[in-house]
Every structure is written in structure tokens, then in C-alpha cells.
Design a protein around this ligand. Structure first.
Ligand SMILES: [Zn+2]
Ligand SMILES: [Zn+2]
Length: 380
């Protein structure tokens, strides 16, 4: 028999931008409303976006519990919640993950144009819900997580490690969506700009989508080693090749002078877009994937798109079906694409600030919070 649920539980709360997170207790919604669920957090990933949110670089309302990459164990289910997004039956004790966002399913973008990632009603756990009102627990940096009616839950296969799911995080589903929109043909030469989590995931997705050769551009060196592990055939260091013109030349030399069939931008800096289009072959494809935050404008000559007959794509977030595909992909390819190894730094909930700092300073491949892993420091 499981222990009874506590009446209160703790969370690391962002109260003021760029200030340390503070530990707070909130009443636990132990009896979920119909269609909702309560989950005990097993592991919460720290995404680079969390650092931007912490600094106030995206318009969010405070206070908030950050964390939109989470795995947990179902502790109570609201009436009517019987199965996950895929139709698998759900029960207390199941290990699950979920999409951070939920779309309405009825609006112009959801129902007519089939672009649910552009649904105006979309809100994300760990980003879009202040925590000072019930049910409070709507982010990953907490002992428990509440899932509202309509959330997209996925029961995890026993053979899939929690570290794989969190190591892949929102980067993998973002990359799956982006590559899907761009389309990669068998044996294409693909350049991936950026070797952060989205870049690493894009390498794996491009390679498993049939790319013949993947050239990764990024740094520092430990990220380039990781890029090779995840399938990059060639790497170009931005530290050793600091000039964009030299990097463009390097790509041209590696592609017989033609340029790449597809270039995937996973950097988030506007100058990468200008540089990356120069790396495309004529008639090639260019994906702008890394600009989740508004990093500002840049001087740009659109003549290159006309002259090269480029196809330019954008991609925002992901849909539930991308998470379903990611779970199957991770389960099948844990050796070839070792996302579990991305989890390099673990912290207790009381150490949430340290977790955020290691992500902000790029010390970790992936930092995670494991709420059960340590005694809570009351001084947080
Ligand atoms: Zn994220
Ligand atoms: Zn909608």
C-alpha cells in the first residue's frame, strides 16, 4: 500500500527575474478534477529556455515553477482519465511523461489549418502558469506535478530509461518537428549550425532521416565530441574557425564546392541565419529552428533566397505525435543515439539554483533535478 499523500509539497519558485529561486510549500491537489492527474516528479530537466525565462527574456507572469521536461509517477487520476494519448491504459504507479503544451483542438489553427503549435489558446507547463493559485504545481521543479484535463500523457515503456527521456528533453521533439517540416532526402548532405541540445538532437534526427553526411558547426570541444557521438561525420569548431567566411568556405570544401542540401539553424543568434544560407547549395533548404527567443533583427539581403532558389522553413515547438515518435525512437535507438548520457549533472530540488547555473554557464550537457535525491535545505 502506497504512503498517503502529504497535504503540502515543495517547489522551487521563480519570484523575481535573475534572482535565486525560492523554496515554497503549497497545498497539494490530492483529488484531481475529472480528466486531470497528479504525478510525483521523478526527474525534471533544465532546458536552456529556463535560463531565458529566469532572466526575464520571455514575457511570463510570476511567480512560476519552471520546468517543462518532466517524468513522474502517477499518484492519482481524476474521474474519466483511463488512457494515455496513444490509447494505452493508465493506472496509479505508471511512469509517464507529457507534452509541455496543450492546444485547444477547435480553433482556426488547430482544426482548419492543422498547425496546432500556433493555437492561440496554447499554454505550457513550466512557462505559462503562475503558481500562486491552485493547483499550484504546474511546472517540473517541484515534488509533484498537476496535469490538467486535456493534457497529453504518455506512459513510458519499462525498457526506456528516464534519463533517455529527460536527456533528449524538448530538444528532440523540437528537432523532429523541424526536420519533418524541412524534409531531408536520402543521402542529403546536412549542415547543423549549433551543438547545444537542439543541435545534437537535430544531428540524430537528420542522420536517422536518411542524411548521408552531417556536418556540425559549434563548440566547445566537448560538444563537438558529443556531435560526433550522435552522428556528425565532420565537425567545424567555431573556436578554431571564428570567421563566418572561413566556416562557409569549409562547408563548400566539404561539399565539392556546391554547398549543403539542407542547413538546420540551431543556434539562436541572428547572424547564424545569414551565414547558414551561404552554406546552402542552390535550390537547397534552410531551417530556422533555434530562434525560440526573439534575439533581435539583423541586416540581411533577401537576394540570396531568390538567386539560390532557397526554400526557407520555420518551426515552433512540437505536437503530441512528435513526443510519441520520440519515445519510440529513444526506446529503439538507445545505443546508437545515447541521449541518456546527456544527463551529466544531477541536483536535489533544494539545489535548483545550482542546476540552473550549470545550464546557464554551459558546464553541463543536461542538468536535472531529482526531487527525491536529497534532503531539502530550508534555507533555499
Ligand atoms: Zn525546452
Ligand atoms: Zn487551438
Amino acid at each position: 500500500m502506497a504512503n498517503p499523500l502529504p497535504l503540502q509539497a515543495r517547489a522551487a519558485v521563480l519570484e523575481s527575474f535573475s534572482q535565486p529561486l525560492r523554496s515554497h510549500s503549497f497545498p497539494l491537489p490530492t483529488a484531481p478534477e475529472p480528466g486531470a492527474a497528479l504525478v510525483k516528479t521523478e526527474m525534471a530537466g533544465i532546458c536552456g529556455t529556463d535560463v531565458h525565462l529566469w532572466r526575464g527574456e520571455l514575457p511570463i507572469r510570476l511567480p512560476i515553477i519552471l520546468g517543462h521536461e518532466t517524468v513522474g509517477t502517477l499518484v492519482s487520476l481524476g474521474e474519466g482519465l483511463k488512457s494515455d494519448w496513444s490509447g494505452q491504459p493508465l493506472a496509479v504507479g505508471d511512469r509517464i511523461t507529457w507534452t509541455s503544451t496543450t492546444s485547444c483542438g477547435r480553433c482556426y489553427y488547430c482544426a482548419v489549418k492543422h498547425q496546432p503549435t500556433r493555437c492561440p489558446q496554447r499554454r505550457a507547463y513550466g512557462i505559462g502558469y503562475p503558481c500562486n493559485v491552485p493547483p499550484h504545481f504546474l511546472g517540473g521543479y517541484a515534488e509533484y506535478h498537476y496535469l490538467q484535463p486535456g493534457a497529453n500523457l504518455f506512459k513510458l515503456p519499462e525498457t526506456l530509461a528516464t534519463e533517455s527521456v529527460i536527456g533528449a528533453g524538448c530538444a528532440l521533439i523540437t528537432a523532429i518537428h523541424g526536420v519533418e517540416r524541412t524534409g531531408i532526402e536520402w543521402q542529403d548532405t546536412v549542415v547543423v549550425q549549433g551543438t547545444g541540445p537542439v543541435g545534437i538532437a537535430a544531428i540524430a534526427v537528420a542522420k536517422s532521416s536518411g542524411a548521408g553526411r552531417v556536418i556540425a558547426i559549434g563548440g566547445p570541444d566537448h560538444r563537438l565530441v558529443m556531435a560526433r557521438t550522435f552522428g556528425a561525420d565532420e565537425v567545424i569548431s567555431i573556436e578554431r574557425t571564428p570567421e563566418p567566411t572561413d566556416r562557409i568556405l569549409a562547408v563548400k570544401q566539404l561539399t565539392g564546392g556546391w554547398g549543403a542540401d539542407a542547413v538546420l539553424e540551431c543556434v539562436g543568434h541572428p547572424s547564424a541565419v545569414v551565414e547558414g544560407m551561404e552554406m546552402c547549395r542552390d535550390g537547397g533548404k534552410y531551417l530556422v529552428l533555434g530562434h525560440y527567443c526573439d534575439a533581435g533583427p539583423i541586416s540581411f539581403n533577401p537576394h540570396i533566397i531568390t538567386r539560390k532558389q532557397l526554400q526557407v522553413f520555420g518551426s515552433w515547438s512540437s505536437e503530441p505525435r512528435h513526443l510519441q515518435a520520440a519515445i519510440a525512437f529513444l526506446e529503439r535507438h538507445s545505443t546508437r543515439f545515447p541521449f541518456a548520457s546527456m544527463v551529466t549533472h544531477r541536483f536535489s530540488l533544494a539545489e535548483a539554483n545550482e542546476a540552473l547555473q550549470t545550464t546557464a554557464s554551459l558546464q553541463s550537457a543536461k542538468s536535472v533535478i531529482v526531487p527525491d535525491s536529497g534532503l531539502l535545505k530550508p534555507s533555499l
